[in-house]
Design a protein around this ligand. Sequence first.
Ligand code: SF4
Length: 713
Amino acid sequence: QGGFAKTVTRSTCCYCGVGCGVLIESQDGRITGIEGDPEHPANFGRLCTKGRSLPLTAASETGRALRPELRLTREARREPTDWSLALDHVAARFADVIERDGPDAVAFYISGQLLTEDYYVFNKLAKGLIRTNNIDTNSRLCMSSAVTAYKKALGADGPPTCYEDLELARTVLFAGSNMPYAHPVLFRRLEEAKANDASIKWIVVDPRRTDVAALADLHLAITPGTDVALFNGMLHHMIWEGLVERDFVAAHTAGFDELKALVRGYTPNMAAQICGVAETDLLRAAEWFAASPAALSLYCMGLNQSSRGTDKNLALINLHLATGQIGKPGAGPFSLTGQPNAMGGREVGGMATMLAAHRDIGNAEHRAQVEALWGVSGLSARPGLPAVDMFDALAEGKIKAVWIACTNPVHSMPDIERVRKALRKAEFVVVQESFLQTDTVPYADVLLPASSWGEKAGTVTNSERRISRVRAAVEPPGDARPDWWIANEIARRLEARLAGPQAHDCTSKLFGFASPKDVFDEHRTLTIGRDLDIEGLSYDRLETDGPQQWPFPADAASGAARRYTDGVFATEDGRARFHTTAYQGVAEPADARYPFRLLTGRLRDQWHGMSRTARASASFNHAPEAALSMRPEDAVRRGFKDGDLVTVTSRRGKLVLPVETTDDLPSGTVFAAMHWSGQFLASGGINEATIGAVDPDSKQPELKHAAVRVEAA
Ligand code: SF4
């Protein structure tokens, strides 16, 4: 890098799961510009406003974590230190806790923003060296319900679809997904397809009249949380009107009769009443979906961030299986990944409930396979604690030390005060971060400065299972280092500390990685023979052939665009499974004391806790400030007008926001964006009010819905 010549580096956008290819322009060691990569199959040169503003967010060292910092007591201020001392200190404190209280007394909370190589090293450190499965990620807040449902229904994690299906679908069902905001570049592809073929139908299921709902042929503005009743009612109509693909059901599925018995009770009339929609609209949606030559469903946090998220996903997949709308061009259930690399994290097993390469912790054969591949023994069969439980265990003193990397749980977790309590109670908190102004950094006993986008190398996997290279265009500022390197250095030191008569049989070869390529090569080896086999994919192959989809086995000429095209699913008998999904309501219904339903969601130009997007003033053009959206008549009834400050109170906490009236919400419902946090609002962000109730299968929290009251501030 350096010098005065302009350099162009091919890489990937660090924001959402679309995974757009970018060309980073740099000069004199600074990122100076960005263009969409015309050769990347996710975006063909396009970028959204977030992607376009990336150089502005990377322009300054101001607000970056530049030096390791350390404090020896909670009362002390953190002081700058050098890497050697910081790494030794973290390894020593973790070793002390593990030796005193056992391996499950430590935990890792990492991020879907990390690269696959970063994730891999963290996962191996926790599961292979320490022998704890207490490693979870903010992907638990994002995609875990989709994962659980894919595994239950199709036998394996991962969408069966690809981006090409966006152009080939004739009916598109958007469920809890506002794609123009959350996945804008993919939405442009859908818009173009519809502009070229007016017969394409768009059905949107969303309580709010979002941007995509406003463009839909049919908007089902359901009562929040009633998705399962809607899908069951649609299936009832499909069955009793003979719209089910009986040959497909007979040849490729199991469990249909049990489901049929269940949905017998979900008459369209009854389902429509539960959902608060017109019965005719429900019937029309069912007919458009079932009779379509190719029906694609696109879904996101509206289904996943729910205490019934797995059932919502399963009920939607039931529709695809019943109508044979899967495994063919333009059809299938397509979960859109929120974060840039939630998929890659799942691939390396970087969560509390999984092992490397889509293996399961509870499966002895899978543990034995990973032990053999890593050259270790005694992997823990004890399930790790998923995000909400992990912070509760910290608060209860069961976990003593936590290492948080590339995520900001004091903003993004539900019921934030629970997380604050947990971090106050913890004996030792490590925060690995690129940015200083996050809500979690003040809790760090050790702050480890991490490289950020444009400064680090590795791979990410996008929503269509496509693996792309991420490349460094410039050196990181100050003493910041790549996340994989930090984890690897501490792992080596911890390995040495833990070695002894009582220690396990790890060898120093466990963390002999010298580059991200070394890490990727080992990850690749672990995938051989698995559903996501990428033996045929190397950094060299990605260099010469560009981004590729998995699976990509050794003898493949290219990755697989779609899965299950032969009707054989990843279950033991090859049949997909229907699931009997009974409708159950939200965890916390509105009542007399908390009469409003609070919904949360994204804005178009902001990302997560805004630690990056707030660095570019253009990010505020679309929505300059936080607000509580409310229907005009609800506001009038309470004497509020636009701009009035109101207190939003739930059973867990409260915050103050200005009112913004809109016709896009149903009465009795309010909406607030998730982005603003205590860094920007004195009274804190919306997760002061959200609820920590989780889905029983996926353990994903219900971030989308809580009961609140709204009063003049
Ligand atoms: Fe980045 Fe997503 Fe926008 Fe593409 S659509 S430029 S990946 S934020």
